[in-house]
Ligand binder design. Structure first.
Ligand code: IPE
Ligand code: IPE
Ligand code: MG
Length: 252
């Protein structure tokens, strides 16, 4: 029986963020090269994008490559970039068929020109779609994003278009690369690692964190439903007490 039946369709998180981890170890466990794991990870991406789209998730952010990942062996970085270009090109018609709008966040100027081009084409070709927003975090790190935001704010102050007195949480939010998206409510990390690895540090302030041992190449819709059911069983208090939440519920 599918766990989908246990998911409450009226309380689907509108934004899910995923650290897709464990490709390398999964491949090594099969006696294969790390790139074999990345290659198989693409099928999980397809399955999870489809799964999120089907149940009405509005935003899905996938951490595909971190700023720190540039320091991996050259062979792995080159292989990953080639896989990225090939996958994006192949997936655009499927994204369009499923009404999915693609976005990218990160220091994209660091990507090889072929990858940047493929990415920009996919973004442009899916821009009119109104279903799931698929946000790929590429060459992304949260500290890079925060430094970038602070620099832009400082420049606006210097140019006289911003008054430092008026800077508040919304201002900072507007300068982040995620300014168009609501904060994730659920963050999933696969492969049994219990850390954030420089991912959406500001935006995850009140996200529910879900960690699973499953390696990314084996993560499928059923694992996604399991994470959502877990999320739906939690009480999100946002600093308040349980009793206050009870009061709020009866008042509604
Ligand atoms: C995640 O899998 C994919 C990327 C970081 C690009 P890893 O490549 O980190 O796999 P492990 O963690 O070494 O198993
Ligand atoms: C985080 O995974 C980045 C991505 C999944 C893209 P890593 O495998 O790079 O993270 P660490 O090094 O284990 O923290
Ligand atoms: Mg890893």
């Amino acid at each position: 029986m599918s766990l989908k039946l246990n998911v409450d369709p009226t309380r689907i998180p509108q934004h899910i963020a995923i650290i897709m981890d464990g490709n390398g170890r999964w491949a090594q466990e099969q006696g294969q090269d790390r790139l074999f794991g990345h290659f198989h990870g693409v099928q999980s991406v397809r399955d999870i994008v489809e799964g999120c789209s089907e149940i009405g998730v509005k935003y899905l952010t996938l951490y595909a490559f971190s700023t720190e990942n540039w320091d991996r062996p050259e062979k792995e970085v080159t292989g990953l970039m080639e896989l990225l270009v090939e996958t994006i090109r192949k997936e655009v018609p499927i994204l369009n068929k499923n009404n999915i709008c693609m976005h990218a966040i990160g220091e994209l100027t660091m990507l090889p020109p072929s990858a940047r081009l493929a990415l920009q084409e996919a973004i442009d070709m899916t821009a009119e779609n109104t279903g799931l927003n698929l946000i790929i975090a590429l060459s992304y790190s949260s500290r890079w994003e925060l430094v970038h935001a602070v620099k832009k704010i400082a420049m606006d102050v210097k140019a006289g278009t911003m008054n430092p007195e008026n800077i508040n949480q919304e201002t900072l939010q507007q300068y982040l690369s995620t300014s168009q998206f609501p904060d994730p409510e659920l963050m999933i990390r696969t492969s049994g690692e219990y850390r954030i690895s420089n991912f959406l540090l500001y935006q995850l302030a009140y996200a529910e964190l879900y960690f699973t041992q499953t390696r990314w190449p084996e993560f499928r819709k059923e694992n996604l439903y399991e994470a959502i059911v877990d999320f739906q069983n939690r009480e999100r208090r946002f600093g308040k007490t349980s009793e206050q939440l009870g009061d709020a519920l009866t008042k509604n």
